[in-house]
Design a binder for this molecule. Structure first.
Ligand SMILES: CC(C)(COP(=O)(O)OP(=O)(O)OC[C@H]1O[C@@H](n2cnc3c(N)ncnc32)[C@H](O)[C@@H]1OP(=O)(O)O)[C@@H](O)C(=O)NCCC(=O)NCCS
Length: 156
């Protein structure tokens, strides 16, 4: 599905919060989104459908040795159309001028759909954070993507 990608702005946050609350058991608060948008080391992209409707978003933030994928979500009725893939691939392009930095993220071990998405984008499992999620003490899978991995790479 064709979507337009643009930097997220504060005016997008009502829709972001709707998608967020429908997507996560422990959604980010408004103040977390505002803080992330204001951080100079963060990048946030929105995906907009033809009518201009915001249908998904992705946040990455630069830490010492890597870009952290902080949050990715797509409105339920727009999933499985490549929108998360498009968002993350664009963020990899935008950050490619930083060739030594890899990408990392944490994902619930039960979130097989997101793990599959990340594997298709070249991320590999690198370990667990035990009991990382406070709502149900679920473990987090730590994933890592090398900077040179080409977008869309399949893993075995
Ligand atoms: C995970 C999420 C962001 C994926 O968004 P999306 O736009 O549907 O993802 P894409 O269409 O780019 O999917 C790419 C690939 O990921 C895998 N994938 C995505 N959703 C999947 C699902 N429900 N079941 C199985 N595989 C899935 C598939 O391999 C898919 O490719 P395919 O459709 O050609 O088979 C979306 O399901 C979501 O918002 N979930 C709730 C929030 C969340 O869990 N975010 C990640 C937290 S770490």
């Amino acid at each position: 599905m064709n979507v337009e990608l643009r930097r997220l702005e504060l005016g997008d946050l009502d829709t972001v919060e709707e998608i967020e609350q429908a997507s996560y058991p422990t959604p980010w608060s408004r103040s977390m989104f505002v803080a992330e948008l204001r951080k100079p080391s963060s990048l946030a992209l929105g995906a907009y459908a033809e009518a201009g409707e915001l249908v998904g978003y992705a946040f990455v933030s630069r830490y010492v040795d890597a870009w952290h994928v902080m949050n990715v979500a797509v409105a339920a009725e727009y999933r499985r159309r490549g929108i998360a893939t498009t968002l993350l691939e664009r963020l990899f392009e935008v950050t490619a001028s930083d060739p030594r930095s890899g990408y990392t993220l944490e994902v619930r071990v039960s979130n097989t759909q997101a793990i599959r998405l990340y594997e298709r984008l070249g991320f590999e499992a690198r370990g667990l954070r035990r009991g990382y999620y406070t709502d149900n003490h679920e473990d987090a899978l730590i994933m890592w993507r090398e900077p040179a991995v080409s977008a869309g790479a399949e893993t075995a």
